[in-house]
Design a protein around this ligand. Structure first.
Ligand code: NZQ
Ligand code: ZN
Length: 385
């Protein structure tokens, strides 16, 4: 196992009707900015629950954060913050709203010249407004980590800091019942790929992390299709299992002390930035190709994945790996997400542009061995055609 320091100070309130907990989590004298997206929270009752819970607080609101949150939109919140002396942010929504809120929090107290530097130059932040989150879409783990991804002019750039990790997160599986099938699928696939990216590298004999990861993968494989199929009360248990899996997939726990390979995500960001493909739908396209192109380097872990996650018992390791990759793709198809670039109308002629975007963003040495050069990323994209 590799050395690590693990701390996750986000307090999670999990379960039905837990939104009321924000009343006690946010300091009574705080001036709160409620931050949300395109309005789904007004249709599914979440907004009303939040407003009820904030009845004793002074609060303002900022809405309109779009999926893949835009820098220009987020910067508009700064004026409100200054005008009302806001000192606490509450994100209510999916990963885009929570990520967007983190950037708003960091930009509000940024002491450099231009908050864009937080993303473009990776200028470290030294302060941010405190924030909490009410999660409405289980997928990114953003409610319990310090990561944020912001888009400007087709450039999708991440930043990360423990300073923007939400102080608390409310996870009520009931609020996910209003998600469309597309968003359910996206969430399950995003969490699945996050888990794989912290697992499918090389063995460092980290048994706990491996078995946690395998448990999350198996849970998502079991529950994901049920969430698409069922519309009954039982669904709530399915949703609860998916919701906690997504949080655990990217709250730092399974990634502590193990090598990681975020190449699928970094290549996928260019597909979202350049072509507007949903975040998770880029991952379901790129991951199988990464598995195929890097199968030699990932051999040991691919065999473990085949045996423990998919219970593949063939003697021959090559067969085992082939079957595991095929089962992964079949699962993605069952979840109704694309597995090829051609499924989203991207062809060979687009690959050079994608590779030059990777270069522009410094993504020239990806993977657990930093050996996914631009040439290898090109191979991966070609394999995904
Ligand atoms: O904007 P509203 O009206 O809220 O609608 C949203 C949005 O249209 C809707 N939605 C959310 N909860 C709902 C709902 N509709 C009905 N009922 C509900 N309960 O779903 C749509 C998509 O929401 P979005 O927040 O964009 O989805 P997701 O949670 O998948 O977030 C994607 C973003 O997270 C970033 C991605 O890059 C992308 O920008 N990521 C953040 C990460 C992190 N912070 O660690 C890691 C991820 O890998 C990812 O990069
Ligand atoms: Zn993701």
């Amino acid at each position: 196992m590799l050395n690590f320091t693990f701390q996750n100070p986000t307090k999670s309130h999990f379960g039905e009707d837990q939104i009321k907990m924000i009343a006690t989590e946010i300091p009574a004298n705080a001036k709160v900015l409620l931050v949300y997206g395109g309005g789904s929270i007004k249709q599914n009752g979440v907004y009303d629950q939040v407003v009820n819970a904030l009845s004793e607080h002074t609060w303002f609101e900022f809405s309109g954060i779009e999926p893949n949150p835009k820098y220009d939109t987020l910067m508009k919140a700064q004026q409100l913050i200054k005008q009302h002396d806001v000192d606490y942010l509450l994100a209510v929504g999916g990963g885009s709203v929570v990520d967007g809120c983190k950037f708003i929090a960091a930009a509000a107290l940024f002491n450099g010249d231009d908050p864009w530097d937080i993303l473009a130059k990776q200028t470290p932040i030294t302060a941010a407004l405190p924030m909490g989150a009410v999660l409405t879409l289980p997928a990114t783990g953003s409610e319990s980590n310090g990561n944020s991804v912001v888009t400007r002019d087709g450039h999708k750039l991440p930043f990360s800091s423990p300073i923007v990790r939400p102080q608390f997160a409310v996870l009520d599986p009931k609020v996910t019942l209003s998600l469309s099938d597309r968003q359910i699928s996206n969430g399950v696939i995003d969490a699945f790929v996050h888990t794989i990216e912290q697992y499918l590298t090389y063995s460092v004999n980290a048994k706990v992390q491996d078995r946690f990861a395998e448990g999350l993968l198996q849970t998502l494989i079991e529950e994901g299709p049920k969430a698409l199929a069922a519309q009954s009360n039982e669904d709530l248990e399915v949703r609860a299992n998916i919701m906690w899996s997504a949080t655990m997939a990217l709250n730092g726990l399974i990634g502590a002390g193990v090598p990681q390979d975020w190449s699928t995500h970094m290549i996928g960001h260019e597909l979202t930035g350049g072509f507007g493909i949903d975040h998770a739908r880029t991952r379901s396209i790129v991951l199988p190709a990464v598995m195929k192109v890097k199968r030699q380097e990932k051999r040991e872990k691919l065999v473990q994945y085949a045996e423990r996650v998919w219970q593949i018992t063939d003697e021959d390791e090559t067969v085992k790996i082939d079957k595991a990759i095929a089962k992964t793709e079949a699962f993605f198809k069952q979840m109704d997400v694309p597995t090829r670039l051609s499924d989203v109308n991207i062809s060979e002629k687009d690959i050079d542009d994608l590779v030059s975007m990777l270069e522009q963003h410094g993504m020239v040495a990806l993977g657990e061995h930093s050996d996914i050069t631009l040439a290898v990323s090109k191979q991966i994209l070609e394999k995904a055609l």
